[in-house]
Write a protein that binds this ligand. Structure first.
Ligand SMILES: [Zn+2]
Length: 670
């Protein structure tokens, strides 16, 4: 018997001894207070490198708090008030959609409410969760699940999602009835999977069910939850096998075939399958696959933002292809799992890159409107029947209520709140780790001592970060700080102590006795980088930010006659009012030396063109041959472009601040 099988065997034995084992473990769980003191490996699950702090422990500050407030005042805080698929959902006793949309919305709305600690948002979340729990049937299935699920099919994906959402609510509220509802639902699923095995969405998203199963298992120690996890994995799609083949490398052609395995949202979600599967089986193959999957996506479908294209299936590296918003928020959540489970700083680097670039770029400044598909080179956003998408429709890059399809309308809400909730995590030895950086504070308990860490910064628009550690009583524990891979020359300084040099691409462990308030000053020098992209184009990066051309914008309202489009939740086209077709003139030997950066005040709205906290200036010329094609920015031939236009200085702003943009530029011949 291998060590793994032996461990699984022991877990099953523990489960088999029933009430006694369960009671003993439950006592242990009750006694545990801090996240670091939770039940450990005896439960049968591998310990993650870092544990996310319970929802509500991390609080947004500074620009991040403003961003979450914008979100709450926009679509996220109001969707249920006018959009039938949430407000009149079958999940809440109505007659509209009764599958993924209401649980999707709650999955982002709940952390938003608790992070803002907003009483009216929390009351709203409680009302909807209460309805779902109160209408759970005695057999454990939730209200919308058909009484006769053999005759009337119901894709289990929505149940996996609902249980994940409810586990999150339990973590934030401590409401025990919600945990019992999850337990009953998962028990119904364990039996139901024999009757109707996973198919379609459930089959490709099987790993989402492991999240509530692990959550409950760590509270109760019950072995049937791991049996459920293994059953889901056995019935689910085998992503490592698919990524070992050739099809994943092939961009889906224009008007090509829609495939489950290349679906961009499934892909963003599946990036965490390896982390969840590794906790279940401790397989080195799972650990290795996590990075390999992302490498394969980068190589064949990668974008400057750290995302991959998919409109709606994987679409290659061309920067005019689209990336669906659902894929952005799901990939973020996957990266939060990956950095937590494996403790690899590269996943934290990627998490920041996607969160600071792809996420904010795809919303209107007030977060009432969003795109279905964003493009790195997106010179205009208009209704376009001649579009270049693989399978998406003509409205996919509009800013609107439900451009193309309403999944993103329901699912977009989790992006910022879950990112904020995963900035700080607990280490197994009573310390705290910074997985990603944004202004925030976090409370945790280190071996019985209450501690607060607070991060004051305008990062990613600035390179200095000030962490204050306040321990209620003197306590020894590590402060584990991610040093971004690009931060050559990074340093740390505490009061009059000597400056410490930090190695980029590592976690730096600062272990000491913390007394009173200790200020830790971090500096992550941000040097300009010019990255080679598709078709010999280049993209400009500095720190975790990608820079894109600032283009004048004209917004035009469209679809005003469509249902539910009353302002402020209307649909808009955006057209350029200034030239966008530039090539960059860069020094051949040292391209980054051609760029100069200036800091600007970070705006009240940090991710809008006029709020850009940093700008870059670079010499450029218009390329008259570079035109819109199919309504998009056409490609320029590879190699150095020639232009007889006058030399100009153009301004680049952070990608996340733009609404229309050019990100991948041709290079000019000197
Ligand atoms: Zn979507």
């Amino acid at each position: 018997m291998s060590p793994i099988n032996r461990r699984e065997f022991l877990t099953r034995m523990a489960a088999g001894t029933g009430a006694l084992a369960g009671a003993k473990k439950a006592t242990g769980a009750t006694a545990a207070k801090g996240p670091a003191q939770r039940r450990t490996s005896a439960a049968g699950l591998a310990e993650p490198a870092f544990r996310p702090l319970p929802l509500g422990s991390v609080k947004p500050q500074g620009w991040l708090l403003r961003q979450l407030r914008i979100q709450a005042d926009g679509l996220s805080g109001h969707l249920d008030e006018f959009w039938p698929d949430v407000g009149q959902s079958k999940w809440f006793g109505g007659q509209a959609e009764g599958w993924e949309r209401a649980p999707y919305w709650l999955d982002g709305f709940i952390p938003l409410a608790f992070l803002l600690d907003d009483p009216s948002l929390k009351a709203k979340a409680a009302k909807y969760v209460e309805y779902i729990v109160a209408h759970q049937r005695p057999d454990g299935w939730f209200g919308p699940y058909p009484e006769d699920a053999v005759a009337k099919r119901y894709d289990l994906w929505a149940i996996l999602l609902a249980d994940k959402m409810l586990a999150q609510y339990h973590e934030a509220s401590g409401d025990d009835r919600v945990l019992r509802a999850v337990e009953k639902s998962l028990r119904a699923m364990l039996a139901g999977l024999d009757r109707t095995p996973l198919y379609d969405w459930g089959r490709y998203r099987w790993f989402e069910g492991l999240i509530p199963a692990f959550y409950l298992h760590e509270k109760t120690g019950e072995g049937w939850l791991l049996e459920l996890a293994r059953k889901l994995r056995a019935q689910g799609f085998d992503y490592p096998a698919f990524y070992a083949g050739e099809d994943v490398a092939v961009p889906t052609p224009r008007r090509g075939l829609w495939k489950w395995a290349k679906h961009v949202v499934n892909t963003g979600m599946a990036a965490k399958a390896a982390a969840l599967s590794w906790r279940l089986g401790r397989s080195e193959a799972d650990r290795a696959f996590a990075s390999r999957m992302i490498d394969i996506l980068d190589r064949h479908h990668g974008q400057a933002t750290g995302m991959f294209t998919g409109d709606e299936c994987l679409a290659g590296k061309n920067p005019v292809q689209g990336t669906e918003l659902c894929a952005v928020v799901e990939f973020l959540y996957s990266l939060e799992h990956l950095v937590s489970v494996f403790g690899d700083p590269a996943f934290g680097d990627r998490l920041e890159k996607v969160a600071f670039n792809a996420l904010p770029a795809t919303f209107s400044p007030d977060m009432w409107a969003h795109q279905y598909d964003q493009q790195a080179n997106q010179a205009q956003c208009t209704v376009n029947p001649d579009h270049m998408w693989t399978t998406n429709g003509p409205e996919s890059n509009l800013y609107g209520l439900e451009p193309n399809y309403g999944c993103c309308t329901a699912n977009m809400h989790q992006g910022w709140p879950k990112f904020a909730a995963h900035l700080w995590m607990a280490t197994p030895d009573g310390g705290v780790a910074a997985a990603a950086y944004a202004p925030s504070s976090a409370r945790f308990t280190s071996r019985g001592v209450p501690v607060e860490v607070a991060l004051e910064t305008d990062y990613p628009f600035r390179e200095t970060l000030h962490v204050t550690v306040r321990a209620e009583r003197p306590a020894r524990f590590p402060l584990v700080l991610r040093v971004p891979v690009w931060a050559e020359g990074a340093s740390l300084k505490i009061a009059r102590e000597d400056e410490t040099k930090l190695k980029p691409g590592t976690f730096f462990r600062l272990e000491r006795e913390w007394k009173g308030a200790v200020e830790v000053h971090l500096r992550f020098p941000m040097r300009a980088r010019v990255e080679p992209r598709y078709n010999e184009a280049v993209a400009v990066e500095r720190g975790p930010l990608v820079y894109a051309l600032r283009i004048g914008e004209a917004w035009t309202r469209v679809n005003a006659d469509k249902p539910h489009r009353q302002l402020p939740h209307g649909d808009f086209e955006v057209r350029p009012t200034t030239p966008w077709n530039y090539g960059l003139l860069l020094d051949e030997a040292d391209p980054a030396s051609s760029l100069s950066f200036e800091e600007r005040p970070v705006g009240e709205r940090p991710f809008v063109p006029e709020g850009a906290g940093a700008v870059a200036k670079v010499k450029a010329k218009k390329l008259p041959a570079w035109r819109l094609s199919h309504g998009w920015a056409a490609e320029v031939a590879p190699g150095r472009a020639a232009s007889s236009e006058p030399l100009e200085t153009v301004e680049l702003i952070p990608y996340g601040c733009t609404n229309i943009r050019v990100t991948e530029f041709p290079r000019l011949r000197a």
